[in-house]
Every structure is written in C-alpha cells, then in structure tokens.
Ligand binder design. Structure first.
Ligand code: AMP
Ligand code: GLY
Length: 429
C-alpha cells in the first residue's frame, strides 16, 4: 500500500515510523515531513496540507491508498471530506467532527447534550456577559478563546482581575476570530490524563492512558507549551478512573455516530482531569496528541496499517489492539527560549548514538538538514527522546541517559518528566 501522512512533528514521525514497520506499507510519503523522516519515508515539499484539492491531486497522481492526517488544521479545513468523497480511505474525521476541537463551544455543547462529565461553563460572544459571569462565580476560573489558538488560548486565572483581563484581551483580538466567542469555565483540580481512542462507526478502541507535561519548566512552572514530555501508561490512575474514562470515550464515540452521520473515523482524544469527583473532560481533540503519541504508539504491537485502514474504512470490528508490557517515557529537547522566541540553525550531534541504544527511539520535530548535510534545529520543540523499560523508573532513566548523548547550542529540557508520578498522587494535592 502507498500511504500519505500529513504533518511534520514528533507525532507524525512516530506515526510514520509505526506505519513503516508494517510489511503492508510499500511507499510512504510525509508532507511536509522533517529531518528525521527522510531516512525511511519520502518528504514531500510544497504541498499545502490544508488544501483538500491539492491533497487529492497528490493522492491521485501518486496512487495513494490511505491518507493519515496528523494535525488539527487540515481536519478543520475539511481535507478528509474532499479525499474521502473521492473514494480514498482517510484516517481523520470530517470537518464537522473536527469541530469538536475547532470550537470549544461546539465541544462543550456536544458534551452537555450527551451527558459527558465536564466543568460548568458559559459560552458567549457578549463581553459584558462574560465579565458578569466571572463576577458571579469568582476565582479561580478559566477563560478560553473559542477557536483554534495553537494551545495559547486558555488562561487559568487565579484572580477575578486576571480573568477579566483575559476576557478583554480575547475580545480585543489577541487570538483573532478564535476569540470572538469565549468559554468561561469552572476551574477543576487534579492530575491531567490523556485518553486517546481509535474511533470508527460509533465504536471506541481506547489506547493506553498517557500524561503530558504542558509547562515549560521543572516543577510545572513557566508558560504553557505544546508539551515538554510524556509517559504511558499512567501509574497514578486508579482502575475505577480508567473504567470511567473508557466509558466516557465509548459514550462519546456512540454520540459521534449519531451526530456526524457515522463518519467520525480517526482518533478522538479525551483530555481529562482526575478531579476528586471523578474524571472530567477538559476538552476533546480530533487527532493524536503530541507528545502523547510518542509514548503510546511505540508500545503498540498490532500492525498500525491494519488498524488505521479498518478505522478509515468504517470496519471497527476488525480493530484489535495489543500492547507491549512496557513503560514509555518521552523527554522533549527544545530550543533555548521556547515557547517564546528562539534561534534556529544550531547543529545537532549525538542523535545516532542515542537512537542506537536499545529501547530508545528519537523522534524529530523541529529539525532540518542544512546545505552542508548537517542536522540542525529548525523549530521550538526539536527532538522527542522516547525510551521504553520494564519499569517506569527504568524507562525514565534510559530516556535521560539518551538525552545526555544529544547536544546542540541552547538545548533546553525539563529534568523532571515523570517525577510527580513516581512521587505519587499526593504530589498533586
Ligand atoms: P485546553 O486547551 O482546554 O486543554 O486547556 C489547556 C490547559 O489548560 C489544560 O491542559 C489544563 O491544564 C488547563 N485547563 C483547561 N481547562 C481547565 C479547567 N476547567 N480547570 C483547570 N484547568 C484547566
Ligand atoms: N499534548 C497536547 C495536545 O496534543 O494537544
């Protein structure tokens, strides 16, 4: 089979790597891809991944049998709709289903309609109503821009003043059109847990739970980022919480079939908070998580081509998932300054040595190959170093050992990925 993956991050590297392991994968294209994928896939430059017609043209001229969409933007733009309608299987929901991620109001209404547990909220396009709701509820309180804001549209306000300021900045256009409507939401507490599920024709097949580290610095300090590290499974989740999350994902999958003409075919990502009152949804995403994918897919023993094709063709009963009995930890190596301004073009050494360690895989994100043929930094999050081990501690130690082998000027990473989980649930108290 010829497969096209859209995207360029560590997530897409992990997806492409898992697809390439399948004997069924003949030609693998990644658009645009990155410096790490060039070795086993063909990077496609100059294809606009958000333009459905352009993607369809590529599919038809290159005999593509399956399209896998990594990031949210092409999903929201309706790329899956165009390609699927023309007859090629697509892993990724249509634009309508992708609205679960594209609009926080759409998502909250979906959750309320279907009885899925989530925080109390107000969604409004009226600035005065948002301010009044904050005054009524008090702080802490959470303010979210409705639309896609690259993970930057959420403020967890500790004071009423901060919340008012966040509302004001949304309506002043800080997030463009994404902020014309805001969601003001009850502040939940507890550890976060990501539950990704393959969803097709109303059925959910949950992957192992995972946990992201969103803040830039050790101790969960500093600005929010796209994610600085992850692990899977999650030792602090109880059996009861796991069962609740799986049930919520099943209920949501059944609701997608009812509401989106049975056409939600891809990943549904439940972002949960494990509150004292049980797991509650913070959000749904319509795609794999990044960096969660880098700790979830390496543990998948089933053939990912079979799984993705069954999802894309609406054959959920043909999906079967088996997982390695191992722990996985990913540490993100970022450029100095990330998530704010950073420099690019720094030469990276040691990736091959790290990759050569048993049970280690280095997934690339912001890397490129310069004219001299050297691997250089080209983004904020540069590399994802994933290690697997028989125990959580073993995986964690191996990941950091591999990180130490990799050098580039301004290398910045958290040193405490997974540490809170080792300390136990009380570290979230
Ligand atoms: P979201 O984009 O909705 O996932 O929000 C980004 C981050 O903001 C989440 O990962 C949480 O850390 C935090 N957050 C979002 N909603 C809430 C909430 N209702 N209570 C507490 N924290 C939240
Ligand atoms: N790890 C957070 C996300 O993928 O949205």
């Amino acid at each position: 089979m010829n497969i096209l993956v859209l995207g360029s991050g560590g997530r897409e590297h992990a997806i492409a790597w898992a697809l390439a392991k399948s004997p069924k994968c003949e030609k693998l294209y990644v658009a645009p891809g990155n410096g790490g994928m060039a070795g086993f896939a063909k990077n496609v430059k100059g294809l606009n991944a958000e333009d459905g017609e352009a993607v369809l043209d590529f599919v038809q001229t290159h005999g593509i049998d399956l399209v896998v969409i990594g990031p949210e933007a092409p999903l929201v733009a309706g790329v899956a709709d165009v390609v699927r309608k023309a007859g090629t299987p697509v892993f990724g929901p249509d634009a309508q289903g992708a609205q679960l991620e594209g609009s926080k109001t759409f998502c909250k209404e979906f959750m309320m309609r279907n009885g899925l547990p989530t925080a109390e909220y107000l969604s409004t396009g009226d600035e005065a109503a948002a301010h009044a709701y904050i005054d009524e509820k008090g702080a802490p309180i959470v303010v979210k821009a409705d639309g896609l804001a690259a993970g930057k549209g959420v403020v967890v306000a500790q004071t009423v003043e901060e919340a008012h300021e966040a509302v004001k900045s949304c309506f002043e256009g800080a997030f463009g059109e994404a902020g014309n409507t805001v969601v003001v939401e009850e502040c939940l507490t507890g550890p976060e847990c990501s539950m990704l599920a393959f969803v097709s024709a109303g059925k959910a097949y949950c992957m192992a739970p995972s946990q992201d580290h969103k803040r830039a610095y050790d101790g969960d300090e500093g600005p929010n980022t796209g994610g600085m590290g992850a692990y899977s499974p999650v030792p602090i989740v109880t059996e009861e919480e796991l069962a609740t999350m799986k049930q919520v994902m099943s209920d949501a999958a059944a609701a997608t079939a009812k509401e989106f003409d049975n056409d939600y075919r891809g990943v549904l990502y439940g972002g949960f908070m494990l509150t004292p009152a049980g797991p509650k949804l913070l959000e749904y995403n319509a795609r794999f998580g990044d960096p969660e994918t880098q700790v979830v897919l390496p543990r998948l023993e089933s053939d990912l081509v079979d799984v993705m094709l069954a999802v894309a063709e609406g054959r959920p009963d043909d999906i079967s998932l088996t997982w390695a009995d191992k722990w996985a930890v990913t540490v993100v190596l970022a450029s100095k300054g990330y998530p704010r301004a950073y420099e690019k073009g720094k030469v990276i050494t040691g990736v091959d040595a790290a990759d050569a360690l048993e049970d280690v895989k280095v997934y690339h994100a912001g890397t490129a190959v310069n004219e001299a043929g050297e691997l250089v930094t080209s983004g904020g999050r540069v590399l994802n170093v994933t290690a697997m081990g028989a125990t959580f501690q073993e995986a964690r130690e191996l990941a950091y050992k591999a990180c130490d082998l990799i050098q580039f000027e301004g290398k910045q990473n958290r040193t405490d990925i997974g540490l809170r989980a080792i300390k136990g649930r009380d570290s979230w108290a």
